[in-house]
Design a protein around this ligand. Structure first.
Ligand code: AMP
Length: 114
């Protein structure tokens, strides 16, 4: 998708600090970190929101979770604790419409989230 910022990162048009990649996913540092450790895991396939995923994407969604685990280890927060977030639709705070898992760590988190 030419207007999608994350597709442009995948295409190398926009630079990013990559932490992990495999056949299905890429993870890079969030440009505006909300925690000392903050990365985004995205699928190589453009899917606008979680609601646009189909049953055929179920394995891909699992691969995003698996990648997040590796990213947490790469950022050094695997044992201290980390939070995974996927904002879905603008009402929940989604601002980039290419699904992504936030991997956040390096500080304490409260519950419920704000
Ligand atoms: P969300 O609001 O859940 O859709 O999250 C989008 C995230 O993408 C935000 O945390 C932004 O800081 C991040 N972001 C936007 N543009 C870039 C970029 N070019 N490189 C890295 N992260 C980005």
């Amino acid at each position: 998708m030419k207007d999608c910022v994350f597709c442009r990162i995948l295409g190398g048009e926009i630079p990013a600090t990559t932490l992990y990649e495999d056949d299905a996913t890429v993870a890079f540092r969030d440009v505006n970190p909300a925690a000392p450790a903050h990365a985004l895991v995205i699928p190589r396939k453009h899917i606008a929101t979680l609601d646009d995923a189909t049953a055929a994407d179920a394995e891909l969604l699992g691969k995003m979770m698996w990648a997040a685990r590796a990213v947490a280890a790469e950022m050094g927060v695997a044992k201290s604790g980390y939070r995974l977030v996927m904002n879905t639709h603008a009402g929940a705070g989604q601002s980039v419409f290419h699904i992504h898992l936030h991997v956040l760590g390096g500080r304490g988190f409260t519950w419920p989230p704000g």
